[in-house]
Design a protein around this ligand. Structure first.
Ligand code: ADP
Ligand code: MG
Length: 256
């Protein structure tokens, strides 16, 4: 049985490597090397690091889309179920480009309904839940019949958040979820995520190369470099006094 102290997601010494290139150019990339962390219920772990440091691979491992070479991934205390179906809806994702993630030919309502229909038949009650979730992310019911190409980037990302939340997941991965948005819209979406986390108490992994966004939203911060987590600390401590030289360097590079 899980208790309140059981982490929602736990990675233990996870390694993932890829081979790329051909012939003499063939090489092995260590996308994740000995990555360990845990995320408690209702908490957000921020993951920062420059491009290519292994952040999205970590997201894929948490989502069960990438199997580790070695190491363990636990969800609510048990090995992450191999079957996508049994896990469906319990771990959700919000990615960078909602225009790619949402089917341009379907309505906003269908986009939000889709994850529910893995386990349930469509009914007016199910539709009502999806519309209620749209309202929960600040989109009035009239958005339900619109198509994704009629929405702004910020509105689309609200739809992505509604689609992630509609199954009441225990965990949500945000991979550069606000990075493509204008700064003022970013702030709105970050506020929304924070409010929804208080209301729905999901745990999350918030991936970004934006240190300010991560600071705002995260309870803990992990810094990734070349596949390794070089520093992991509570947000307040990390931003007051990053201890690893690379973290300090990242502060300088990313804030310049
Ligand atoms: P980030 O999200 O931090 O930019 P990624 O996790 O996407 O980093 O990538 C980490 C490293 O692994 C990079 O060197 C990338 O080129 C490599 N990589 C990621 N996915 C694959 C893949 N499917 N095949 C080969 N190399 C990959
Ligand atoms: Mg990435």
């Amino acid at each position: 049985m899980t208790s309140d102290t059981t982490p929602v997601v736990e990675l233990d010494d996870v390694h993932v490597s890829f081979t790329s290139g051909f012939g003499a150019g063939r090489r092995r990339v260590h996308a994740m090397s000995g990555v360990s962390f845990s995320v408690a219920p209702g908490e957000t772990l921020g993951l920062v690091g420059e491009s290519g440091s292994g952040k999205s691979t970590t997201a894929a491992v948490v989502l069960g889309l990438q199997r580790p070479d070695t190491g363990a991934v636990r969800f609510e205390g048990a090995p992450l179920a191999r079957s996508l179906r049994s896990r469906a809806g319990r771990i959700q994702a919000v990615l960078q480009h909602p225009r790619w993630a949402l089917d341009p030919h379907s309505t906003v309502l269908s986009c939000v309904l889709e994850p529910l229909l893995v386990h349930e038949r469509r009914s007016s009650e199910v539709d009502d839940r999806a519309v209620a979730m749209l309202e929960n992310v600040g989109l009035e019911a009239s958005f339900a019949t619109r198509r994704p190409d009629q929405l702004s980037g910020g509105q689309l990302q609200r739809v992505s958040v509604a689609r992630a939340l509609v199954t009441h997941p225990a965990f949500i991965v945000f991979d550069e979820a606000v990075s493509a948005l204008d700064v003022s819209v970013q702030a709105q979406i970050l506020n929304l995520i924070q409010d929804l986390q208080r209301e729905h108490s999901f745990a999350s992994l918030f991936i970004s190369h934006d240190l300010a966004a991560v600071r705002y939203i995260s309870h803990q911060v992990a810094v990734m470099r070349a596949g390794e987590i070089v520093e992991l600390a509570p947000t307040g401590i990390f931003y007051d006094l990053p201890s690893h030289p690379y973290s300090r360097q990242l502060f300088q590079e990313l804030s310049s």
